[in-house]
Each structure stands twice: as structure tokens, then as C-alpha cells.
Design a protein around this ligand. Structure first.
Ligand code: 5CA
Length: 156
């Protein structure tokens, strides 16, 4: 079945970067980590959340976090050496090219400084948003780190 355009964009970005991961559209919502875990049938900790922050310097930062974690902004600020705050929906769309609920961990409109939650490395298999609130792709932690180019740190 044909993917929706925003999910197709992620599938194309995967292929262009040399990854064989496959985007799937599910009948149930994967808009939140809890919904995605229920739809996929995995633990919430295996869901990859892609959260956008703006740092004090103006740079935009992506935190790729476990669905089981609430990101500690203080910890992320320490990692970055500057304060951060949540991006609003408009900034998320401008920087990533995707709407909240479907923001993938890579393949964005602009290259973002990226941090990867070390807790994600505890799982053999992860599921990440793929452009649309019904679309996900499966990956390993090694693939996630490779595709994001992110630094693995403690974020919670
Ligand atoms: N598709 C799922 C996981 S596969 C997903 O995208 N989850 S998420 O956690 O990465 O994206 C939803 C996140 O967007 C929420 O955790 C929430 O913190 C954030 N969010 C929701 N509404 C807003 C908003 N108005 N402004 C900024 N961030 C928001």
C-alpha cells in the first residue's frame, strides 16, 4: 500500500542514507509513545521519542529519548553547556519538516544537534516515528545512533 507523503519522505530518507529499515503504517494511532507501544505491541521503553528544544544560543537540538523517560532539561543543558527550552509546534515543523506526533529521529529539513538517550541502548529493537502519527519504523540502537549521528548521553 502506498505510504502517506510524510511517511514516504522518511522511507526515502532511510533509503538515501543506505538503511534498509521499512516504514509501516498502522491502523491504530502511534501519535504518543504509549499509543505507539500499544499499536506495535512492545514496551513503551522501546519507543523512540524525538523531542525538539531551542538552546539559549539559538541552536535547535533534537533529543531522541526513550518513551519511558521524561527528559530532564537540566541534564540536557549540562550536556550542551547552555540552557534549553521546549520548541513550540511551529518551530518543530520548521526545523524538522514534520508535525508533532510524527517527528522522526532523522531526515529533517535542517541538520540538528542530536543527543540519544543511553537507555535506548538497553533494547534489542526500537520503534521510531516515521513522519506521520500512524507511521513507524523498526531499528536497532546501533542503527538509530548511526542514522542520527547523535551523541549517546543520559537525558533522564
Ligand atoms: N509518534 C510518537 C512516538 S513513535 C511520537 O512522536 N512521540 S513523541 O513523544 O516523540 O512526540 C510527541 C511529543 O511532542 C510529546 O512527548 C510532547 O512532549 C511533544 N508535544 C506535544 N505537543 C506539543 C506542543 N504543543 N509543543 C511542543 N511539544 C509538544
Amino acid at each position: 500500500m502506498a505510504l502517506k507523503p510524510s511517511a514516504r519522505k522518511v522511507q526515502d530518507a532511510l533509503a538515501a542514507a543506505g538503511f534498509a529499515n521499512v516504514v509501516v503504517e498502522l491502523p491504530d494511532s502511534t501519535r504518543t509513545a504509549a499509543e505507539a507501544a500499544a499499536a506495535v505491541g512492545c514496551e513503551v521503553g522501546q519507543i523512540v521519542k524525538s523531542l525538539v528544544f531551542r538552546a539559549a544560543s539559538g541552536r535547535v537540538v533534537l533529543v531522541v529519548a526513550s518513551g519511558a523517560h521524561r527528559v530532564d532539561e537540566g541534564r540536557v543543558a549540562t550536556e550542551l553547556g547552555e540552557q534549553i527550552g521546549r520548541a513550540d509546534a511551529e518551530l518543530v515543523r520548521a526545523e524538522t519538516g514534520f508535525a508533532i506526533g510524527g517527528v522522526p529521529p532523522f531526515g529533517h529539513a535542517r541538520a540538528l544537534t542530536t543527543l540519544v538517550d543511553e537507555a535506548l541502548l538497553a533494547h534489542a529493537e526500537l520503534w521510531a516515528a516515521a513522519g506521520h502519527p500512524n507511521a513507524v519504523f523498526r531499528c536497532t540502537p546501533a542503527e538509530l545512533v548511526a542514522m542520527t549521528g547523535g551523541r549517546v548521553v543520559r537525558v533522564a
